[in-house]
Design a protein around this ligand. Structure first.
Ligand SMILES: [Zn+2]
Length: 67
């Protein structure tokens, strides 16, 4: 599955690194979290928690959960 990691064309949405969903940066349902000086947004609290627990496997694409 192809996922654009960094899309500069959509300033109002970001990809949830955990599940691959598009999340509004203005009102992320799962909140946001800063890691390595970058802000990440989540579709739900579960994704936020999973990412905070171990961000690296999600960033590298090694790990992803299905919603
Ligand atoms: Zn998610």
């Amino acid at each position: 599955m192809k996922i654009p990691l960094f899309s500069s064309k959509s300033p109002s949405t970001e990809i949830d690194q955990v599940c691959g969903m598009k999340v509004s940066v203005n009102n992320p349902p799962g909140g946001s979290w800063t890691y390595n000086d970058k802000m990440y947004y989540f579709c739900g609290p579960g994704c936020n928690r999973a990412f905070q627990k171990e961000p690296e496997p999600y960033l590298s694409g090694e790990k992803q959960i299905e919603m």
